[in-house]
Design a protein around this ligand. Structure first.
Ligand code: FES
Length: 74
């Protein structure tokens, strides 16, 4: 079992579970709690990027599957 799991949530963020360092383009580290999952914005609408602030609930739709098969009819 890997130490880090990244789950692509339907119509929502990437949920990252496990010990990670989250750094910006300048190499500065974001403060994250070691024992709590973090949600990273996948929709581009968050005002607290790179973190999800639930803005995706205003209409973001994306449900990719590792199999390549669609998750739902569009
Ligand atoms: S995925 Fe939640 S605000 Fe972008």
């Amino acid at each position: 079992m890997p130490d880090v799991e990244i789950k692509v949530r339907d119509d929502g963020p990437y949920k990252v579970t496990g010990p990670v360092r989250l750094i910006d383009a300048a190499g500065e580290e974001f403060a994250v709690e070691d024992d709590r999952p973090i949600a990273l914005c996948r929709c581009g609408r968050s005002r607290t990027k790179p973190f999800c602030d639930a803005s995706h609930k205003t209409g973001f739709e994306s449900c990719p599957r590792a199999s390549g098969l669609p998750a739902r009819d569009t």
